[in-house]
Design a protein around this ligand. Structure first.
Ligand code: ZN
Length: 302
């Protein structure tokens, strides 16, 4: 099936079946009962899977929030979210700051973002300091869609990224919604599932630049993974970024991509809390499913 046909199928299914009405992924239920593995414990129920970026290590059986490391490095990550109905944009000023500073970063576009921003996507792919992650095709809530659709969300975006001459280094589930089934699906593609431990809070523009700077600089630690957005819906990121970069450097922290962070010799991945419904939704995302009453996911660690 080619990419266009995939897209048509996804589109038709999205219209016909809202995610909250979708049948649950068949093997989710027992996994949701499982306790998250304690920090730094090796996975016990996942077969070792070779990964080109980290051949010596099996992929963890959980979503990675950060790594424990003694090395003074952090990973800046930028999501480029777009849905079937909402293209969003590209924050060129953020790109220009990163390019000028030559900060290695990991960008997580949805397949749909690449399709709606072909020139910008090619420009990103031409930068040696940028690596790509997979952020699903249409920003689907991966824990709330059938397995078959979840597989397509990952596969289609891998195909689209491959057309840019790149390969993903990780999978980042939209809204951070993950369970072990999602992690396993990403692992089929040899992708670790990577979230974050430091939330810049830039999405939506509700938080001023000064507070974004203060939040990041107070929460960061060696091995942190920091989430920002580069899809034009985080208007204060460009204002906050220079001070964040300066502040991190003053703390003696250097910048690495996510794959480089996971490859540090002493890196021990730390699990993100399981979040079957995802973290706080974007306020104006029309595709955001409503949570069932009484369900509150853990907040991101900070
Ligand atoms: Zn996103």
């Amino acid at each position: 099936m080619d990419a266009l046909l995939f897209a048509l199928v996804l589109s038709a299914e999205a219209d016909a079946a809202p995610m909250m009405d979708a049948e649950p992924v068949t093997d989710v239920a027992p996994l949701l009962e499982a306790e998250p593995p304690p920090d730094a414990s090796p996975p016990t129920d996942a077969a070792p899977i070779a990964h080109p970026a980290a051949p010596a290590n099996p992929l963890p059986a959980f979503a990675i929030a950060r790594v424990r490391t003694h090395e003074p490095v952090v990973a800046l990550t930028f999501d480029a979210c777009a849905t079937l109905k909402q293209d969003n944009g590209f924050d060129r000023e953020v790109f220009n700051i990163l390019k000028r500073e030559q900060i290695p970063v990991t960008v997580f576009p949805t397949g749909r973002w690449i399709e709606t921003h072909p020139a910008e996507a090619k420009e990103l792919a031409a930068q040696a300091w940028i690596e790509f992650g997979n952020h699903s095709y249409s920003h689907a809530r991966m824990t709330r869609i059938p397995r078959r659709k979840a597989i397509m969300q990952i596969e289609l975006t891998e195909t689209i990224i491959a057309e840019l001459g790149r390969k993903s280094v990780a999978f980042r589930p939209p809204a951070g919604a993950w369970n072990r089934s999602v992690v396993r699906l990403a692992a089929r593609r040899h992708l670790p599932t990577v979230e974050w431990d430091v939330v810049s809070g830039d999405a939506g523009g509700h938080i001023a630049a000064a507070r974004i700077v203060a939040t990041v600089l107070s929460a960061v630690k060696p091995g942190s993974i920091i989430i920002f957005h580069i899809n034009g819906r985080a208007p204060h990121t460009k204002e906050a970024l220079p001070d964040i970069i300066r502040g991190l450097r003053e703390k003696g922290l250097g910048f690495v991509t996510v794959s480089e962070l996971l490859r540090r010799p002493d890196a021990q991945p730390v699990s993100a809390p399981p979040t079957p419904f995802g973290y706080a939704p974007l306020r104006d995302d029309p595709q955001e499913p409503k949570r069932p009453q009484g369900t509150v996911d853990a907040r991101p660690p900070s």
